[in-house]
Design a protein around this ligand. Structure first.
Ligand code: BGC
Ligand code: ZN
Length: 367
């Protein structure tokens, strides 16, 4: 069976690998689910793994199969599997349990272990192949009515977690009624976070570099948010216009922006960082000012990575609600299909070079 893989540690090593087809019985206890892969999304994580910035092969392999944003159809299930049946559309969570207490209660997204196991990213093969088997615990059903949003389930789970965590930590305040949010970055996580916050009733300003008109602006505005070009309106000016936000989600992939956002958060606010920045950048910030304001304002900085099953389920509900509230907008994120695993070079080229490619995904099989 074909798979798109890299040799971790070797830059630009993306290639086609060969894997044996998995069997239902590879998973013990009758809990196996055999899935035919239909589509797999790729993002900056896959690009940075191919740049050898991070990522590790599973033990015993010198390659790592890429792909963590999966969409497929169930082929066969073990006798203990009750929540999905053959023919169902499914996605799969990405992280697998390590040893910490958080891993044991189904929240490996919150693992306290230094080592984490993520399919397609670290120590486990991903989904950019033809079939996979997985423990049913990690398989999440996609409603047939959301089939057209396929690979967005995984990035949506990360957006759902980021916003859920912000509300969760803000319970420290006894009463928190956020009105104004900024989302920095209008890639898939920025746009999906914009959607989640709009569905929670917040006024949202979504900021990215390029001036409107452009697709990102149309999608953000399609969700009822305001799109801001930071080239035209730097955050120092935006804050004069909107006041200080109660919540900021940073999804820029730029640590300078992530730190810069600290200057603008309102009292009692929360800043959520969601980007994995694989580089070596160093940045200067007005640290005395930030330190003073953050103490005087009881402000909070929150990192949010990955997502557990509950976040996938919440994210899928929000995709459904998003379709009802803003019909036809979400699918506009899905800009660049690539036909078949053979076209791995085109897939990587789109990721690296096409600044307008909001979402690159591989059509592995029809269905
Ligand atoms: C994935 C997450 C993952 C994170 C860190 C992201 O691209 O969507 O599931 O936890 O990378 O590896
Ligand atoms: Zn990702």
């Amino acid at each position: 069976m074909k798979a798109i893989a890299v040799r971790p540690g070797t830059p630009n090593s993306v290639h086609l690998a060969d894997l044996p087809k998995p069997k239902l019985t590879d998973i013990a206890g009758g809990r196996g689910v055999l899935v035919q892969v239909l589509k797999v999304g790729v993002d900056a994580t896959d690009k940075e793994i191919n740049e050898a910035k991070y990522g590790n092969a599973p033990p015993g392999y010198d390659f790592l199969v890429l792909g963590h944003e999966s969409f497929g159809r169930v082929v066969e299930t073990g006798p203990e599997v009750t929540h999905v049946r053959p023919g169902d559309y499914v996605t799969a969570t990405v992280r697998r349990p390590g040893g910490s207490i958080y891993d044991q209660i189904g929240t490996s997204d919150m693992t306290s272990d230094e080592v984490y196991y993520e399919r397609g990213i670290n120590l486990l093969h991903g989904f950019l192949t033809e079939f996979y088997v997985e423990d049913s615990e990690f398989i999440v059903k996609m409603p047939v009515g959301l089939k057209h949003l396929h690979v967005l389930a995984e990035p949506m789970s990360c957006a759902a977690k980021a916003v859920e965590q912000a509300f969760e930590v803000q319970r420290r305040l006894k009463v928190w009624r956020p009105k104004l949010a900024w989302v920095l970055g209008a890639g898939q996580i920025g746009l999906l976070s914009t959607l989640v916050l709009r569905l929670r009733g917040l006024q949202v300003y979504t900021a990215a570099r390029s001036p409107a008109p452009n697709l990102k602006a149309e999608i953000a505005e399609g969700f009822g948010a305001h799109y801001i070009s930071t080239e035209r309106t730097p955050l120092e000016n935006l804050v004069k216009q909107t006041g200080r936000p109660d919540l900021i989600v940073d999804a820029t992939g730029s640590s300078a922006m992530a730190f810069g956002a600290m200057e603008h958060l309102g009292h009692n606010g929360v800043l959520v960082w969601t980007s994995i920045t694989g580089g070596q950048a160093r940045t200067q910030v007005p640290s005395d000012k930030i330190n003073l304001e953050w103490v005087l304002g009881n402000k909070l900085l929150l990192g949010s990575v990955n997502a557990n099953r509950g976040h996938f389920e919440q994210g899928i509900k929000d995709l459904a609600l998003g379709e009802v509230m803003y019909p036809g907008v979400i699918e506009r994120i899905l800009t660049n299909p690539v036909q078949g695993l053979d076209h791995y070079a085109q897939m990587m080229q789109l990721l690296v070079e096409d600044k307008n490619a909001l979402k690159v995904y591989v059509e592995v099989a029809a269905g």
